[in-house]
Design a protein around this ligand. Structure first.
Ligand SMILES: [Fe+2]
Length: 223
């Protein structure tokens, strides 16, 4: 992580922000366990928790970004992303991926992510355009770089259904760059107050992704 302070006008050009987002993605990727050391149940659990979060929430959260964004540039970039998600039915693509890996989420998997998922949902509900766009840029950046690892887990589960990971390992490179462009447009039109923690949503989502990766799905996290 850099020591760049959030919420300052000199962050508007985007580069320092993107650097912090890249660091956050790097941190998460570095924390991924060696697949050679995972049991079949641990592999299944990670795929299932990922599916439990992404399948029903990605489009919903991108819709939140659309509702919150005020700049035309940001709105058209988000709309293009949503169009692709819906037209190509990415939730169905992910469901097929999980089915083929014998990793359809169970109630236990859903319970494992529930607490952290709720925090992100409530954050999105506040409809803060700049913060949500930054969160989704981080999300896309993580997804794109996580795909090779996820595909490896699925393959070790005996699956050869890789459409989801193939598509997202490529298309999300463009999506991430476009979302940073949307963020820049939104910050120029509707700059957040100096005291705003720009990375609030990123931090909440990082917590959720850590739970996806590291939670023992046999340990219920509902409290
Ligand atoms: Fe997608």
């Amino acid at each position: 992580m850099t020591s760049t302070s959030p919420g300052l006008p000199n962050l508007v050009p985007g580069a320092p922000i993107q650097g912090r987002v890249d660091c956050a993605v790097d941190d998460l990727l570095r924390s991924l366990p060696d697949p050679d050391h995972l049991s079949a149940e641990q592999r299944r659990g990670m795929i299932a928790r990922y599916t439990a979060v992404l399948e029903g929430n990605f489009i919903y959260w991108m819709t939140g970004a659309f509702l919150a964004a005020r700049s035309e540039d940001a709105r058209s970039i988000i709309l293009e992303n949503l169009h692709e998600e819906v037209r190509d039915s990415h939730p169905e693509m992910l469901r097929r991926f999980a089915l083929a890996a014998h990793a359809v989420p169970t109630d236990v998997d859903a319970s494992a992510v529930y607490r952290d998922l709720t925090k992100v949902r409530l954050f999105i509900g506040r409809l803060s355009g700049v913060q949500i766009l930054l969160t989704m840029a981080f999300f896309e950046g993580f997804i794109q770089r996580f795909m090779a690892y996820l595909a490896d887990l699925a393959e070790r589960q005996g699956s050869s259904e890789m459409v989801y990971t193939d598509v997202h390992g490529v298309c999300d490179i463009t999506h991430t760059q476009e979302l940073f462009r949307a963020l820049e447009a939104e910050m120029a039109l509707d700059p957040p107050a100096p005291e705003t923690d720009l990375f609030e949503g990123v931090d909440l989502l990082r917590g959720l992704l850590r739970t996806i990766v590291h939670s023992d799905s046999l340990e219920l996290k509902v409290s």
